[in-house]
Design a protein around this ligand. Structure first.
Ligand code: OGA
Ligand code: NI
Length: 341
């Protein structure tokens, strides 16, 4: 297990064989659309004023057509964002032996450093190391978090609290955009949970042969992603991979599988992936806003009628989450396993 991580960080000039994808499953780096199409950029500045209905409508439209959008004037102070990116970088620059104290290949462990996606199950590896943390309720998990760099816990708790606040404001707007009570989704998520990944994509000697993360949908409800100024994220839009290039001081937001279920398929949990490059390392920090394990998830009553029967059956998030890690990152989303018919 640990050796995998060592291999990932090696400076070899060729990609080790177990990262190489079959020819039919490579990123085609020249093909991603960059300039002519892009996902919507929504200004949240007026969300608690008279412009709220307009902004809610724009969010609803983005959830329906793209499943992805970016937000600016999001209310998270700049120093909180900068500190988070900085400490993330510092963490991955620590000596290998120090980082490996956090290593585990058990996906259900609440704090862990790992590599690729699920090294116990996958045949081809991904060019990524990642640190995963549970962040809510904070006091339940913070004592498990790394203590090195020394500022890690202070900075990450401040960041994750801010990210949660933004996620809740977005969930309220998303609920309203579906014609549901403002707190409908929050309530359906039960006691709620929040996970964070700190993804580290080192420079890759042959980025055209592999992925940082292959195409997948996020299993949670809503993802709020902070990325540094290096491109790599791509979302599938009308059958084409579109680069979601970084814009300073914005977050990328995407619908996860649970909102696709709650909205009875109106809002889309869209396939996305991360490609890597040969020039510069990249850091991305998704905050995954999720139901608590015991929350029962199913389509909202109000969004079902004779013409719109339930597309998905009801399940607990615990059941869903376990299936997600077992299923692996495949083109067919884990949602397909939960269809009602
Ligand atoms: C993820 C993810 C994209 C990125 O961690 O689920 O989609 O840009 N990351 O790192
Ligand atoms: Ni994702």
């Amino acid at each position: 297990m640990a050796p995998q991580l060592t291999e990932l960080l090696s400076r070899s000039s060729h990609l080790p064989a177990h990262y190489i994808r079959p020819i039919s499953d490579r990123p085609n780096l020249l093909d991603a659309h960059t300039s002519d199409v892009s996902i919507p950029l929504i200004d949240l500045g007026g969300l608690s004023g008279p412009d709220r209905p307009k902004i809610v409508q724009a969010i609803g439209l983005a959830c329906q057509t793209d499943g992805f959008f970016q937000v600016k004037s999001h209310g998270i102070p700049q120093h909180v964002i900068e500190d988070m990116l900085h400490v993330a970088k510092e963490f991955f620059q620590l000596p290998e032996s120090e980082k490996l104290r956090n290593y585990s290949d058990d996906p259900l462990k609440t704090t862990r450093l790992s590599t690729s996606f699920n090294v116990k199950r996958e045949k081809v590896s991904n060019w990524r190391d990642y640190l995963r943390l549970h962040c809510y309720p904070l006091e339940e998990f913070i004592d498990e978090w790394p203590t090195n760099p020394p500022s890690f816990r202070r900075i990450v708790s401040e960041y994750s609290t801010n990210a949660r606040d933004l996620a809740i404001r977005l969930l309220e707007a998303i609920s309203e955009s579906l014609g549901l009570e403002k707190d409908y989704i929050e309530k359906e998520l039960g006691k709620q949970a929040q996970h964070m990944a700190v993804n580290y994509y080192p420079r890759c000697p042959q980025p055209e042969l592999t992925y940082g993360l292959p195409g997948h949908t996020d299993p949670n409800a809503l993802t709020v992603l902070l990325q540094d100024q290096v491109s790599g994220l791509q979302a599938l839009r009308n059958g084409k991979w579109v680069s979601v290039n970084p814009i300073p001081d914005t977050f990328v937001v995407n619908i996860g599988d649970q909102i696709q279920v709650l909205s009875n398929g109106r809002y889309k949990s869209v396939l996305h992936r991360a490609v890597v490059n040969n020039n510069v390392e990249r850091i991305s920090i998704p905050s995954f806003y999720c139901p608590s394990s015991d929350a029962m998830i199913g389509p909202a009553e109000k969004l079902m009628d004779d013409q719109h029967p339930a597309i998905y059956r009801r399940f607990t998030y615990e059941e869903y989450y376990k299936k997600f890690w077992d299923h692996g990152l495949q083109t067919e989303s884990c949602l397909e396993l939960f269809r009602a018919y």
